[in-house]
Design a protein around this ligand. Sequence first.
Ligand SMILES: Nc1nc2c(ncn2[C@@H]2O[C@H](COP(=O)(O)OP(=O)(O)O)[C@@H](O)[C@H]2O)c(=O)[nH]1
Ligand SMILES: [Mg+2]
Ligand SMILES: [Zn+2]
Length: 351
Amino acid sequence: MKLREFGFDQWFESHATELGLAECAFARISTVDRGSYRILIGTSEVSADLAGKLAFQIESSVDLPCVGDWVTASCHNNDTAAIIHKVLPRKTFLRRKKPGEKVDHQMIAANIDTAFIVQSCHFDFNLSRLERYLTIAADGHVEPVVILTKTDLITQDELRQQLEAINTVTRGEVIALSNITGCGFDEVQETLSSGKTYCLLGSSGVGKTTLVNRLAGQEAFATRTVSNTGEGTHTTTRRQLIVLANGAMLIDTPGMRELGVVGASDGLNVEFKQLVELSAQCRFANCSHEHEPGCAVRAAIKKGELPEERYSNYVKLKKESEFYEMSYLEKRKKDKAFGKFIKSVKKQMKG
Ligand SMILES: Nc1nc2c(ncn2[C@@H]2O[C@H](COP(=O)(O)OP(=O)(O)O)[C@@H](O)[C@H]2O)c(=O)[nH]1
Ligand SMILES: [Mg+2]
Ligand SMILES: [Zn+2]
């Protein structure tokens, strides 16, 4: 395997050297399926396990390898299986809040060049959810491309309105696509380049896997027939990276119901740049944009320069992101304190 062709560029090379790993064999995680891994190494794809030492060092699920990660690995059993030794630093990432009560990050994928944020124009269309995905991408330094699918199910007029709405929340590329008529498919294909990695994100049933199969030119993954609500039921259960004939790499993901953000202030600042700039013009530095005089944000809303919904979604995401970050940091602090306590007890027992 020529590492460069799989995205192992100067950035990874210099990080590996810094970590004293320059002489190691590198591999890329291609599949994560409930704790079992497959990696691309040499010229093959093999199943892999974590080295005991690595498993022991893992403190949080974020430290575990995820799809797209570069790792150091060694093969055994005539190169039919491998051991993963170390996870290299991530150049870019996609993560969300772990679903459920626990406040922690959950990795979706690593070392992604472009996120295809897929939304269906039919049942799924939702601007504030789109803003969430855009924030997640921006936070991990991933370029977003919005793909609006199932355009065969609406009129040209409706499509125009939806595209206009999407363009109010993103300055990135937007592609309208029908997997049925093939309209827009060439545009998606043109965005793909060799050696780059693309990750599809979006609710279940919007047509991600159908698109991946079409791009792969074969049934690489299973899709399920449409249910009577018009949406598919979800069948993709794992995150898997495939290499297309043109050298581009694609990662399909299962649909995500919860899309919480934790400590995503970088992403919010990029995605809501207009709001950040406006806030800087408010009379008071700590303006809450509610009733203070000289508030540039409220003035912009009044003038129609800033949609009210965009502002309220920003406030919501920011509050959520900060609240979760606080609980996350507190938890880490407690974990650390507990770790120290255990260490001191052990020391006392020894002494
Ligand atoms: N009408 C229409 N149906 C589509 C389109 N793309 C996918 N579908 C159907 O939607 C269902 C869900 O597709 P799937 O690719 O499994 O969605 P995923 O959950 O996002 O991977 C399947 O029945 C597809 O045939 C499209 O562009 N138009
Ligand atoms: Mg799918
Ligand atoms: Zn203000």
